[in-house]
Design a protein around this ligand. Structure first.
Ligand code: FAD
Length: 380
């Protein structure tokens, strides 16, 4: 067994740590306030070749592995959760289904735009009445000889304002009394397609979260992604990979909160000594460090299994569940160690907590992760 990162992974980690400290972190507090989407950061990430990191070189990607993707997501999230989720969704929800299930023509048409950063990647599964129960999709399709005509609504879709196209799920028919759900690639400038960006969120303020309205949106049948009726299965596979991204985000945010708490505990003097000299603070920090170490190990293991072509559903779900839950605990303790200052925006840790909460909800809530794990271990 070898727990060392490869030379390439170490290089990506070093590059991204420096980039995040120098470019991403300085404006994070401001963007949280202004809700400004970090366009310039992503322009630079495109130039660095990060936007297509795990995709094949023939489509403009860098052909890197999933561990490298997790490292980039972790390092970005350490500086800014909004930048982290934008990147994670771009790769694992936007690009991945096209890479996994697209035809050669679809990959040639869409992946280069993802890899160059010309289009952000996005993925439309959730609807007003279909969240955890994504099989309850109501978005409907009527057919002509050569087209799909789509009607419906999607909720909370990340990156759609900056995407030129996205894959979404829709009901293409009924088979044996069950909805036949398919994935269809839809250009965001199609007639009848509206992207609404006006959610008021708790955190991740500079990420883009949108509602999609589709009114008689007509796309050619060649835009079907993968096999007809397999949209639901494809999105479950896509989410397995996406959960590694969410876990990596959680590790990054928790690491940032822990580091700030550690350094503050040494500076802050009370009762004539640093608060770090109280054993209660030391034990809090020790627990934080231990949980982050475990969450990171679980995340990298899930990524490694994926790269080996092995089954990783259970491990990705466990990593996402554990990392997101410890991230909330670590952020909470980081605020506690900061006392009243921790409640103030300029100390960053309250932003980390607000950003972290989404990680227990998105790409399957904690309850749904426990359902997935129960099924995987045979407890049903
Ligand atoms: C900021 C943000 C970004 C997002 N980005 C995207 C995106 O890019 N694409 C996309 O498709 N979606 C996206 N989502 C949607 C997200 O994946 C859903 O919010 C999530 O899956 C939960 O669905 P829901 O909100 O409808 O909650 P519900 O499914 O209504 O759940 C409500 C509560 O009931 C619980 N619950 C539901 N069913 C069960 C059950 N069977 N057993 C036990 N408990 C249950 C849940 O765990 C939860 O606690 C995003 C959400 C947010 C907030």
């Amino acid at each position: 067994m070898n727990f060392d990162l490869t030379q390439e992974q170490k290089m990506i980690q070093k590059t991204m740590r420096e980039f995040s400290q120098e470019v991403v972190a300085p404006g994070a507090l401001d963007r949280d306030r202004t809700k400004e989407f970090p366009v310039d950061i992503f322009r630079q990430l495109s130039e660095m070749g990060m936007m297509g990191l795990p995709f094949p070189e023939e489509f403009g990607g860098a052909g890197a592995d999933t561990t490298s993707f997790a490292i980039v997501t972790e390092e970005l999230s350490r500086a800014c959760g909004s930048t982290g989720i934008t990147y994670s969704a771009h790769i694992s929800l936007g690009g991945a289904p096209i890479n996994l299930f697209g035809t050669q023509e679809q990959k040639e048409k869409y992946l280069p735009q993802i890899c160059s950063g010309e289009s952000f990647g996005a993925f439309g599964l959730t609807e007003p009445n279909a969240g955890s129960d994504a099989g309850g999709t109501q978005t409907s399709v009527k057919e002509t000889d050569d087209s799909f005509i789509i009607n419906g609504n999607k909720s909370y879709i990340t990156n759609a304002s900056h995407a030129k196209f996205l894959a979404l799920t829709a009901v293409t028919g009924v088979k044996d009394g069950k909805k036949e759900i398919s994935a269809i690639i839809v250009p965001t400038d199609a007639d009848g397609f509206t992207v609404i960006d006006n959610y008021e969120k708790m955190g991740l303020h500079s990420s883009n979260t949108t509602e999609l309205v589709l009114e008689d949106v007509k796309v050619p049948k060649e835009n079907l992604l993968g096999k007809r009726g397999e949209g639901f299965r494809q999105f479950l596979i896509t989410l397995d990979g996406g959960r590694i991204g969410i876990a990596a985000m959680a590790v990054g945010i928790a690491q940032a909160a822990y580091e700030r708490a550690l350094s503050y505990s040494k500076e802050r003097q009370q009762f004539g000594r640093s608060i770090a000299s109280f054993q209660v603070t030391q034990f809090k920090l020790a627990d934080m460090a231990m949980k982050i170490e475990l969450a990171r190990t679980m995340t990298y293991k899930a990524a490694w299994l994926k790269d080996q072509g092995r089954k990783f559903t259970k491990e990705a779900s466990m990593a996402k569940l554990y990392a997101s839950e410890i991230c909330m605990e670590v952020c909470d303790q980081a605020i506690q160690i900061h006392g009243g200052y921790g409640y103030m925006k300029e100390y960053h840790v309250e932003r980390f907590l607000r950003d972290a909460k989404l990680l227990e909800i998105g790409e399957g809530t904690s309850e749904i992760q426990r359902t997935v794990i129960s099924r995987e271990i045979g407890a049903y």
